[in-house]
Design a protein around this ligand. Structure first.
Ligand code: HEM
Length: 266
């Protein structure tokens, strides 16, 4: 039964459109034409980060309950979002170096480097550093979220535990590894995966989606650094890093090294 005392839900009220449209606040005087695009695109990314984190939580739950079918389904959604996120960089690449320069100084030390949701995604994917937590103030939402994810098993851990329940002899040392440490290559896990790829089409498909994910994240990193190179060249980042040079070092690091290692043995 509808509640007659409250106004009917509308598109605007449900989606909080007035609030949403008030969130883009350029800092340049004028303001400079391109600053709105810069703000909108970053806000859109933060929303996609939020959605991805929501979907990754679902994937972990589904793996934990051995629901491989719906795990695949959710991973497919994640990969589709990632494709859109990579494609969106094309829009920002329509902004020339001079157009960016027209408002860049107004960003001061602000940088995507400070995106806690991006760091949360890295944490879920196994790329954790305690230093990333320290950058956020005590008591902040960001710090609490990162602390929680730092202590939680990564997607790879959930996957290894799932494989063990599927009957694969995943070594106890892998099942009880330090979930805050980076995932290191394991010859034992690789031997399991080679066998799995040959005999277990269902789980081999799941592995391929994880490889898609790993490759997709690296694709975003590569496209982001090329965008940075064409927009600011060798200038330092607003976040204080060496800029493109720092970013180039983050490309090409595999998240799930065992899944790449086995290619040579299949
Ligand atoms: C003109 C556009 C952009 C430029 C010139 C740019 C530049 C940079 C630079 C130089 C860094 C290195 C850290 C620093 O010193 O600041 C960085 C990091 C980062 N940027 Fe961008 N960026 C742009 C757009 C974006 C967009 C649209 C996003 C989407 C959220 C984004 C997300 C990030 C993230 C997550 C990092 C941290 C990467 C890491 O530490 O691995 N950037 N950016």
């Amino acid at each position: 039964m509808s509640d007659r005392s409250s106004p009917a839900v509308t598109y605007g009220s449900y989606l909080r459109i007035d609030d949403l449209l008030a969130l883009q606040q350029p800092r340049s005087t004028g303001p400079e034409h391109d600053e709105l695009l810069f703000i909108v695109i970053h806000q859109v990314y933060e929303l996609w980060f939020k959605q991805l984190l929501h979907e990754f939580d679902r994937v972990t739950d589904l793996l934990t309950t051995d629901d491989s079918h719906r795990t695949q389904h959710t991973l497919k959604r994640i990969l589709t979002i990632l494709k859109v996120m990579v494609a969106q960089l094309d829009i920002l690449e329509t902004m020339t170096p001079l157009e960016f320069q027209s408002f860049r100084a107004r960003l001061e030390a602000a940088s995507g480097f400070q995106s806690d949701q991006f760091r949360q995604l890295e944490f879920v994917l196994g790329a954790k550093t305690a230093a990333a937590i320290e950058r956020f103030p005590e008591g902040s939402r960001a710090r609490a979220a990162l602390q929680r994810r730092y202590a939680e098993p990564t997607l790879w851990d959930a996957f290894l535990r799932y494989l063990a329940r599927e009957g694969y002899p995943v070594p106890a040392s892998q099942l009880s590894r330090d979930v805050a440490a980076r995932v290191e290559p394991s010859p034992d896990v690789q031997a399991i995966l080679v066998n799995l790829y040959r005999k277990d089409a269902k789980n081999a498909e799941l592995c391929e989606r994880l490889v898609d994910l790993d490759e997709g994240v690296q694709e975003w990193r590569y496209r982001h650094v090329k965008m940075v190179e064409r927009t600011i060249g060798t200038k330092m980042g607003t976040g204080g890093s060496s800029g493109a040079e720092y970013l180039r070092n983050t490309v090409g690091r595999n998240l799930f090294p065992d899944l790449w290692e086995i290619r040579a043995h299949l």
